[in-house]
Design a binder for this molecule. Structure first.
Ligand code: 3H9
Length: 673
């Protein structure tokens, strides 16, 4: 049984216990239905409290059931059953009341919550709209403007704000069940409010719907659900209750079967599985109560900020006082930026900074639990750092290198107790980007690896284990992206056409705009290092641009020209000239948008498949998470590998053979950068 009923005087308490998050599985829906029937038939009961065991109130419909045919009692019917119960129901909320969970709460006559609770309708994040009356009852409770905002963004609202907005009726300090019972007694002494289905929707300004539609469309880009959710709220305002419910249900069922919903569900489960890889089941991570960062440059300061945001005391180490002052100033500007953007208060920023100890003395690290080295990407410099760390740190302290291209095995070099060492690849800016590639060496102990995953959880990051190869998972695929983008230029496409096509595919930026933003010099530096290792990286045009010091926006030109103070890319005659020279006798073609997309994305899929075969990534969904959280790959496409599977591997194999037969440019070294 997922539901139990107890009576306290004339109040019945219905307690749900359906771990992990009390999702509305078929069994729970049936048990709740039965509870409503039984309590309606019990004359000794005057009101019902609906409360949950475990970490949260009902977190929504059971997403695992979405691929299957719905079985009655359906959720909309259950919500209506609770709403029309002979006695008023009071939802007593802790944790989150989300999606179907909040819809059940909207079916209750009252909602009370503990201060730490939140409520919301996050369905759009799963590519669907609320399907149990949420878009119809919510505008009746708080008006169309707030309802539209909640259902189109999916952002939950914290209890204190929810109280002030009328989403909940009371905040309960102290024991929730007792508070809810007291609330019910007080409510029974007064006349009851109408159920939401019997209330009207407040009217809005006639421009509201069009203005909101435009705002939602521009935010949603190519995601379908937000605009469909807005249409449901509009229907609720313009049709009667039953008509609006039918419209919402129809929209819900259509979207539930859509490819975007399947992709977003895939990402939902991949993200939840990522922090707990099955191969580390039962492995205890080491405790992390303090951390140190070596190097206060862009990466080091970002990592230190992320550690402080997670509440860890941080020691920042630099090689001399000047560098230390620069590091602190980098850290200060991160927190000041967060204050300016309204993310934290000035007091919080001051508290975060005061938790940083700065030093040039390595012996101060003798007691720390975790050290992350984030100095310049130079093998010798990094090895020197680890020699010092190896001498001063506790033998059970975890020692990590933040590197994007160097081989962690070589960095580990001769450190004592290499089982405590691992690679952590943060993405810039490290306090913002969600992805963390975790790179064990052959000697890394399981407990050290588990500590990397525990750290990611503490920092709110998406951890992905990556094997050692040039670029690990993400940057190795990025090399293919960039090489293909250049091949397109050599065979007739322009930078604008390539960037426009990749935006149309759903990326926030095309590959050339992105390089101009980040700077071409970084990849240029890496190519130099690769050549020093005897490799032959393929980037003929980028190489020429670097030689001209066209490093991107920061130098006034890269793949595009930029007018002073203007970040909008303008086609460049210089670049067009270089492309023409480098193209030489490469056959020129007409490229349309889908041709460009295939020419870039499908070889990325191919490279990703090799990464899987070589076990550099252990699971296809790990690659999806890397692309989504590290490189802006559209979430609604489910990631690179989900896209490939949804499109069909056979078709992709055929297209790849066609591309290979095209002879786009000198093959050179396909993997170089
Ligand atoms: C909906 O309600 C549609 C309706 O409008 C209409 C219906 C007709 N289903 O996140 P966690 C699992 S759509 C099934 O790590 P936390 C999750 O996979 C739904 N399983 O915990 C994981 O499993 P495992 C709208 C679910 O404490 C475990 O629970 N609701 C569901 O960090 C723990 O998850 C949402 O979108 C689910 N709905 O965070 C809410 N939710 O242990 C989605 C979670 O096997 N959920 N699981 O890996 C959340 O946002 C978070 O889980 C929550 C807890 C904040 C609740």
């Amino acid at each position: 049984m997922t539901v139990s009923i107890e009576r306290t005087g004339d109040i019945a308490v219905v307690t749900i216990d359906n771990p992990p998050v009390n999702a509305l599985s078929h069994a729970l829906r049936q048990d709740l239905w039965n509870a409503a029937e039984a309590l309606d038939a019990d004359p000794s009961v005057r009101a019902v409290i609906l409360i949950c065991e475990g970490r949260t109130f009902i977190a929504g419909a059971d997403v695992n059931e979405f691929g299957k045919p719905p079985i009655p009692p359906h959720l909309p019917d259950l919500v209506a059953r609770i709403e029309t119960a002979a006695k008023p129901w009071v939802a007593a909320i802790h944790g989150s009341a989300l999606g179907g969970g909040f819809e059940v709460a909207l079916g209750c006559r009252f909602r009370v919550a503990v201060p730490s609770a939140s409520v919301g309708l996050p369905e759009v994040r799963l590519g669907i709209v609320p399907g149990a009356g949420g878009t119809v009852r919510l505008p009746r409770l708080v008006g169309p403007a707030l309802a539209a905002e909640m259902v189109t963004t999916g952002t939950p609202v914290a209890a204190p704000k929810a109280r002030s907005q009328g989403l909940i009726d009371a905040i309960v300090e102290g024991d929730l069940e007792k508070g809810a019972i007291d609330f019910a007694h007080a409510a029974l002494d007064q006349s009851l409010p109408l159920p939401l289905s019997q209330r009207g929707v407040p009217t809005v300004d006639e421009t509201f719907w069009e203005t909101t539609r435009r705002a939602v469309a521009s935010r949603a880009k190519r995601e379908d659900a937000p605009l469909r959710a807005l249409a449901c709220v509009r229907k609720a305002a313009e049709a009667d209750f039953e008509g609006a419910i039918a419209f919402e249900r129809q929209t819900f069922l259509e979207l539930r079967g859509s490819s975007q919903a399947a992709a977003l569900r895939h990402v939902f489960f991949a993200e939840r599985a990522a922090p707990r890889p099955p191969e580390l089941t039962g492995v205890e991570p080491r405790a992390i109560r303090s951390a140190a960062v070596i190097g206060g440059g862009t990466m080091g300061a970002g990592i230190a900020a992320a550690l402080r945001d997670a509440g860890l005391p941080v020691t920042l180490v630099e090689r001399d006082e000047v560098a230390l002052e620069r590091g602190l100033s980098n850290l200060r500007s991160i927190f000041e930026g967060a204050v300016k953007r309204g993310k934290i208060t000035a007091e919080t920023a001051a508290e975060r900074l005061s938790g940083v100890t700065d030093t040039i003395d390595y012996s101060r690290l003798a007691g720390v639990d975790l050290v992350i080295e984030a100095v310049f990407e130079d093998l010798e410099v990094k090895r020197e750092v680890f020699d010092k760390l190896s001498a001063v740190c506790r033998l059970d302290a975890v020692l990590a290198t933040n590197t994007s291209y160097l081989d962690p095995e070589q960095i580990a070099g001769n450190i004592r107790h290499p089982e405590r060492f691992l690679g952590l690849h943060f993405f810039s800016p490290a306090h913002v980007m969600k992805l963390l590639e975790i790179v064990p060496t052959a000697q890394t102990a399981p407990a050290t690896l588990a500590t990397g995953f525990a750290l990611a959880r503490m920092l709110g990051k998406v951890p992905v284990r990556a094997g050692i190869c040039d670029g690990f998972i993400g940057n190795r695929i990025l090399k293919t992206t960039r090489a293909q983008a250049e091949r397109l230029l050599l065979s007739g496409a322009t930078p604008q056409a390539v960037d426009t096509a990749m935006r149309a595919f759903g990326l926030p930026m095309g590959p050339f705009e992105a390089q101009d933003l980040g700077g071409l010099d970084i990849a240029g530096f890496q190519r130099r290092a690769a050549r020093a290792r005897g490799e032959t990286p393929f980037a003929p045009i980028a190489e020429r641009l670097c030689a001209l010091e066209r490093f991107g926006q920061k130098s006034g030109g890269g793949w595009y020209d930029y007018a002073k103070g203007d970040r909008s890319p303008q086609p460049s005659k210089v670049v067009a000239g270089i492309i023409a020279e480098e193209a030489g006798r490469t056959p020129q073609r007409q490229w349309d948008e889908s041709g460009i997309i295939d020419c870039i994305i499908l070889p990325m899929v191919n490279e990703a498949t090799k990464i899987l075969q070589e076990k550099v990534a252990l699971r296809a969904e790990d690659i999806d998470l890397v692309e989504i959280h590290g490189y802006g790959y559209p979430r609604w496409r489910g990631g690179l590998m989900h896209y490939a599977e949804a499109r069909g591997l056979a078709e992709i194999a055929v297209k790849l053979s066609e591309l290979a037969a095209m002879d786009l440019a000198e093959p050179a070294n396909f993997t170089g950068d």
